[in-house]
Design a protein around this ligand. Structure first.
Ligand code: PEP
Ligand code: MN
Length: 264
C-alpha cells in the first residue's frame, strides 16, 4: 500500500489546513524534546508561532535510555501541549509509546508520533493504524529502509493512509555524530513510496553545529519537511540538552532555511 507501484501520485496530507507532501513547500516541525511545564511550552510556542511554525512538538511520554531519567509529564503534558498549540494556531505532535495510551494521546494530539525505538512495535503500529489521526513514523535506530517501509505498511494496512515517514539517523560506528543521517533513505523513500518524508536533524546530528547544513542537504534530496528541537534554555532541559536550539539558535536556523520552506 505504501508503494508507488500501487499509487503513483504523491500523497498530500491536509491536517487542518497544513499541507504536507507532493509539491507543497516543505514544512517545519519544532518544539522542545520534552514538555516540562507551562512557562517552557508557552514561551516556545509563542516564539515559534511568531516565526511561522505551524506544527509544535513536545514529548509527554519519553523513551529514555535509563529508567531513572525523566520519563515525561504524561497526560498533564498532553493537556499542556495541546492547549498551548491551539492557543497559537498550531498543530500538536507528540509521541505515543504504548498501545494502552493511543486513545488518550489521539484525544489531545493532532499527529501521533511513533519513535525510533518503537518502529518495530507491531502491536503499536496496528493500534495507530486504527486511530483517526495522522502518524509521524520515525525510522528505527538500526532499521533497514525496507523494514521502515514495512512498518508504515502496518499502519496503512489498518486503514490509516495518513503517514509521514521521518528519517532521524541510524546507528553506525561513527561517534562524532549521535547517529548517521541517511540521506539515501530519504531519496529512496520518496522514490519507492508516495508518502511524505521528513528529516529530523536534531536526533540525527546530536549536535547543534550541524543542524543548518543537514537541513539544507535534506531539502536538497527532496524532504517534505524538517523536524528540529527548540527549547527556551537547553542547558536546563530535562532531555537532549546537547542538541536543542535556543531561540537565538533557531533565529539563525530560520534565517538560513526560511527561503526554502513554508514558514507561516
Ligand atoms: C523524539 O523525537 O522525541 C525522539 C525520542 O526521537 P527518536 O525516537 O527519533 O529518538
Ligand atoms: Mn529529543
Amino acid at each position: 500500500l505504501v508503494s508507488r507501484k500501487v499509487k503513483q501520485d504523491d500523497t498530500v496530507l491536509d491536517i487542518d489546513g497544513v499541507r504536507i507532501g507532493g509539491s507543497e513547500p516543505p514544512i517545519i516541525i519544532a518544539g522542545p524534546c520534552s514538555i516540562e511545564g507551562e512557562e517552557q511550552m508557552e514561551q516556545t510556542a509563542a516564539f515559534l508561532a511568531g516565526k511561522g511554525v505551524r506544527i509544535l512538538r513536545g514529548g509527554a511520554y519519553k523513551p529514555r535510555t535509563s529508567p531513572y531519567g525523566f520519563q515525561g509529564m504524561g497526560v498533564d503534558g498532553l493537556i499542556l501541549g495541546s492547549s498551548v498549540a491551539r492557543e497559537h494556531g498550531q498543530l500538536f505532535v507528540t509521541e505515543v509509546m504504548d498501545t494502552r495510551d493511543v486513545e488518550v494521546v489521539a484525544e489531545y494530539a493532532d499527529i501521533l508520533q511513533i519513535g525510533a525505538r518503537n518502529m518495530h512495535n507491531f502491536a503499536l503500529l496496528r493500534e495507530v493504524g486504527r486511530a483517526r489521526r495522522p502518524v509521524l513514523l520515525k525510522r528505527g535506530l538500526s532499521a533497514t529502509i525496507e523494514e521502515w517501509l514495512y512498518a508504515a505498511e502496518y499502519i496503512l494496512s489498518e486503514g490509516n493512509n495518513e503517514v509521514i515517514l521521518c528519517e532521524r539517523g541510524i546507528r553506525t560506528y561513527e561517534k562524532w555524530t549521535r547517529n548517521t543521517l541517511d540521506l539515501s533513505a530519504v531519496a529512496l523513500a520518496k522514490q519507492e513510496t508516495h508518502l511524505p518524508v521528513i528529516v529530523d536533524v536534531t536526533h540525527a546530528a546530536g549536535r547543534r553545529d550541524l543542524l543548518i547544513p543537514l537541513a539544507k542537504a535534506a531539502l536538497a534530496v527532496g524532504a517534505d519537511g524538517i523536524h528540529v528541537e527548540v527549547h527556551p534554555n537547553p542547558a536546563t532541559a530535562l532531555s537532549d540538552n546537547e542538541q536543542q536550539l535556543d531561540f537565538a539558535g533557531y533565529e539563525q536556523f530560520n534565517a538560513a532555511l526560511s527561503s526554502l520552506m513554508r514558514v507561516a
